[in-house]
Design a protein around this ligand. Structure first.
Ligand code: ADP
Ligand code: MG
Length: 360
């Protein structure tokens, strides 16, 4: 039984060093029971190390890891009730799919009849009921990953850890597996920690995302908040495309000025700040509309066709770069060319405010 009122997982001031390298640096994090949590970061940011500390394959240099409020420091991996799925499936090649899935049950001394029943249920959960007798080489990458998933779930773990599990699959299969993983998670109500370097995968799947860099958790929030209100420059750039503009605060922080245009802020800001503008929030207008409220003069530098529209790279008249998306049917659609002068606009609700880089 797990206590639903306690976090399923707690990292408390967890640091892991390898010689001079600090792989995980002072991480504090609570994960709720039943939550789908994505750890997002580029290669080397410490994601796998954090998972291994939780699974018990590594020990923290400092701090502690708790499951349902109890420290697991002295608990060996096989007693932590954690299923793990890696990118490279790690199936036993000489065992059939059913034998691979049965393996954790055998290790735990589960009787043959119960084993057979549980293996059947696990293979059915991942839609592989008819492939139990196949060997890994006889299966596609997607099917092998399903076997690995069934093997991770067959002993009824409290927690499922997945380390870039879909990285080896092609795009179409990945989209399909993402949806299936969500279905399985809903069906089982299990807590999932999912490691990925792909921000769109994290956005599509997770209840909350933790962005990691240099061993630190930079921000933890739901996908919408992390996209609309990134807490710093790194997170803003890592999650989707954006422009970060240096602006001058005016009216005691109730607004800002950029290239002579004044904008108000929804919430006043007292410290030095920059603003984040997402390309879909920027609209372009003919330069003959120079009286447009809040409009900023810009020159088109580059136009990329995206199918659904165009990505336009602009340079503001003060030299700062700005990205805009122009969709079919928008003003100027079809008449965008490098060198053209335009007016760029965005609404005050569309910007996020960031502390200026390097400021305390
Ligand atoms: P990620 O999974 O985000 O790519 P890792 O957790 O694998 O990152 O690695 C984080 C950092 O710790 C990297 O600099 C890596 O080289 C280092 N590291 C990880 N494991 C070890 C180890 N066993 N020995 C030495 N350095 C390690
Ligand atoms: Mg890794």
């Amino acid at each position: 039984m797990t206590d639903q009122s306690l976090p399923a997982v707690t990292f408390r001031d967890v640091t892991r060093r390898y010689g001079p390298v600090t792989a995980v640096d002072g991480v504090n994090l609570d994960i709720a029971p039943g939550e789908f949590f994505a750890l997002l970061g580029s290669s080397g940011s410490g994601k796998t190390t954090l998972l291994m500390l939780l699974a018990g394959f590594e020990r923290p240099t400092e701090g502690s890891v708790l499951m349902s409020g109890t420290s697991v420091s002295d608990m060996p991996p096989h007693r932590r009730k954690i299923g793990v799925v890696f990118q490279n499936y790690a199936l036993f090649p000489h065992l059939t799919a059913a034998e691979n899935v049965a393996y954790p049950l055998k290790m735990r001394g589960v009787s043959r009849s119960e084993r057979e029943e549980r293996v059947r249920a696990a293979l059915s959960l991942v839609n592989l009921s008819d492939r139990g007798g196949s060997y890994p080489v006889q299966m596609s990458g997607g099917q092998q990953q399903r076997v690995a998933l069934a093997r991770a779930l067959v002993f009824g773990p409290d927690l499922l850890l997945m380390d870039e599990p879909l990285g080896a699959l092609d795009r179409r299969l990945r989209d399909q597996m993402q949806q299936e993983l969500k279905r399985i998670q809903r069906e089982l109500g299990i807590t999932v920690i999912y490691v990925t370097h792909d921000q769109s995968e994290a956005m599509a799947m997770a209840d909350r995302i933790g962005v990691m860099a240099g061993g630190k958790l930079l921000q933890v929030a739901d996908p919408v908040s992390i996209y609309e209100a990134p807490s710093n420059h790194f997170v803003a750039r890592f999650i989707g495309e954006c422009s970060i503009l240096h602006v001058t605060g005016v009216d005691g922080g109730r607004g800002y000025e950029v290239v002579g245009a004044r904008h108000s802020l929804l919430t006043p800001v007292t410290k030095p700040f920059d603003i984040v503008v997402r390309p879909e929030s920027v609209s372009l207008h003919s330069s003959s509309n120079s009286q447009l409220d809040g409009g900023v003069a810009a020159t088109i530098r580059d136009v990329t066709y995206l199918g659904a529209g165009w990505r336009v790279a602009l340079q503001l008249s003060d030299g700062q770069p700005l990205l805009a998306n122009v969709m079919r049917g928008d003003e100027l659609a079809g008449s965008l060319a490098p060198g053209n002068s335009v007016i760029a606009r965005w609404s005050s609700g569309a910007v996020a405010v960031l502390p200026t880089e390097g400021s305390p």
